[in-house]
Each structure stands twice: as structure tokens, then as C-alpha cells.
Design a protein around this ligand. Structure first.
Ligand code: TA6
Length: 288
């Protein structure tokens, strides 16, 4: 999937490293920079994958079966959930991931590319939200990945940068820095122990409510550091075997290759009427 996207014919070359292509129904910004490969769908300002060249595998995972259809959520990458997380409203995880965003600025230098995209109220957002709003996301990609989301509106929002990380094998990874308190989202008994970290031997769907500012993803041959900005909660999700089989845009074994670590504001919603520095969440991902 990633290779096919990378090989898509170019519609428009924007800079040496950034090109506009189409994949199925969606326009996509393709990044082929000396430091990394990546792609961003304009729909949802959705970072699809990020593969810094100093490692063998992408750090951000994209489902092999993800559909690229107008108005359908993409499976993998970094879905932007706004103005609500999960089932706190309709549609699930909010409408921001379903609508086309506008590319506002783009630039590159020898170390990275930097793009910003915006979603404002329009006739397309009217069915979902009647109020004016402006969402701005900035994505900087190089040997590290930085993403931020600034939300401006007269409302309180729950939100998540719902990042899917690529892992070697879900049974062999550990995530630490999560803190000891969490809200269970599953109704089934879910025994994996928690003392600030989690390993996986079944479905996990938890909102960690007192996380450290840094989460660490310990994989077999690499360690990924995620520094969260202005997050109150970190969501950890892996669907495991049975749930994965019910998700049409995931391969049967897809759950083995991913773990979501989501930079979120759920229990302390964002007051989007406040000044931009208070209404911005984000993360930096680096290999350590
Ligand atoms: O953030 C975790 C979660 O809410 C899970 O419960 C799971 O459903 C996941 O998000 C994916 O949601 P989606 O609507 O993209 O299928």
C-alpha cells in the first residue's frame, strides 16, 4: 500500500520533496525528502505514514486494506478526532477526519518539510456543526515527526491525535509512561497489569488519565519516544484478533502490526474559545 502510494503519478510538484498526487478518490501530498518518506491526505489533514530513513520500517502505520474514498475515514496514520472523541457525538470521532482540508503553507529545507492545513466552517461542515470554527494543523517531517492541532471555536471539544504506530509484533512490545490511572473502555474483563505501562495479550482500549508527558514505545529493535504537548489523556488501543476480524478495512493479521497511542483531551476538554496556545495539542515522535 505505502509503496503504491509512493509510486503514484505526480499531478503537481510543489517543492523538490513535496508533490500532489491522487490515490483512488483522494488528493494526497507525497513527501520524498532526503530524511524521510511520508504522505498526507487532504481529507482530514490525515498523516498517512511516516518513514524516517534511519529505520527499516515506517514508524506510523497504514492499513493495507485502508480505503481512500471521499467521506470515509482512513484506517491508520493519524486521524484527527474533533470536535469529540469516540461516541461522544455523531459521527464517531467527529467530522474533521471526513472533510477536505486546505493546504495553507508548505516549505522545506535540508532537515525537514513543514506543512500547515486548515479546516473552516463551510457548507460541508454545516450538517455537523452550525458554529464558526477554524482548525489548523502543522506537520513537520524529517528524522523526527512533529504535529500540532489548534482549535478555534466558541465551544468545548474533546479531541485526539489518534496515532497508529507500526510495531514488529504486538505480543512483543511494551508502552511505558502512561501513569497508573485509566478508564476502561471495554466491557470484557481485561487483566493486563498496569503500573504505568502496558503489554498486550488481548484487546486493549483504555484512556490513561494521569499520563507522563512522554510515552515510550519499546519494540524489539527500536525505541520510539512520543512527547505529548498539552494532552490530558493518552488513549491506548489494539483491537486484537476478534475485533480486528470485524473491521472491514483491516487485514485479519493487521492487529499484530499496530498499536494506537493517542494524544488526547478527553477528561479535560479543550475550551476552543481560549487563546491559541491553550487550544493547541500536539506531539513529537523520535527514535531514541
Ligand atoms: O481510540 C480508540 C477507539 O475509540 C477504539 O474504541 C476503536 O474503536 C478505535 O478508536 C477506532 O475507531 P474507528 O472509528 O476509527 O474505527
Amino acid at each position: 500500500m505505502i509503496q503504491t502510494i509512493l509510486n503514484s503519478p505526480v499531478d503537481q510538484q510543489l517543492t523538490d520533496s513535496i508533490a500532489l498526487v491522487h490515490y483512488h478518490q483522494l488528493p494526497i501530498l507525497l513527501i520524498k525528502h532526503p530524511t524521510c518518506y511520508a504522505a498526507i491526505a487532504l481529507q482530514g489533514a490525515h498523516l498517512l505514514f511516516w518513514h524516517p530513513k534511519q529505520t527499516n520500517q515506517p514508524v506510523i502505520w497504514l492499513s493495507e486494506k485502508s480505503e481512500f474514498n471521499t467521506g470515509n475515514a482512513i484506517r491508520g496514520g493519524v486521524p484527527i478526532c474533533w470536535p469529540h472523541f469516540a461516541e461522544r457525538g455523531e459521527p464517531k470521532h467527529g467530522f474533521a477526519r471526513l472533510l477536505p482540508w486546505q493546504l495553507i503553507t508548505y516549505q522545506e529545507n535540508t532537515t525537514s518539510v513543514k506543512l500547515s492545513l486548515q479546516l473552516k466552517n463551510s457548507s460541508a461542515s454545516q450538517p455537523y456543526l452550525k458554529k464558526p470554527f477554524c482548525l489548523t494543523t502543522t506537520i513537520e517531517l524529517g528524522s523526527t515527526c512533529h504535529m500540532s492541532l489548534t482549535c478555534q471555536a466558541e465551544l468545548e471539544a474533546t479531541t485526539a491525535l489518534h496515532t497508529y504506530f507500526n510495531v514488529s509484533d504486538i505480543s512483543h512490545i511494551k508502552i511505558s509512561g502512561l501513569g497508573d490511572q485509566y478508564q476502561e473502555r471495554l466491557t470484557t474483563i481485561n487483566p493486563p497489569a498496569t503500573k504505568g505501562e502496558v503489554t498486550f495479550n488481548q484487546e486493549v482500549d483504555r484512556i490513561y488519565t494521569a499520563p507522563e508527558p512522554v510515552s515510550i514505545l519499546h519494540d524489539i529493535d527500536r525505541t520510539v519516544k512520543i512527547t505529548h504537548v498539552n494532552a490530558s489523556d493518552i488513549v491506548v488501543w489494539n483491537p486484537w484478533v476478534e475485533k480486528c476480524n470485524t473491521i472491514p478495512d483491516m487485514q485479519a493479521e493487521g492487529y499484530k502490526q499496530m498499536a494506537c497511542i493517542e494524544t488526547s483531551r478527553i477528561n479535560k476538554p479543550l475550551n476552543c474559545a481560549a487563546s491559541p496556545e491553550l487550544t493547541t495539542i500536539g506531539f513529537t515522535i523520535e527514535l531514541i
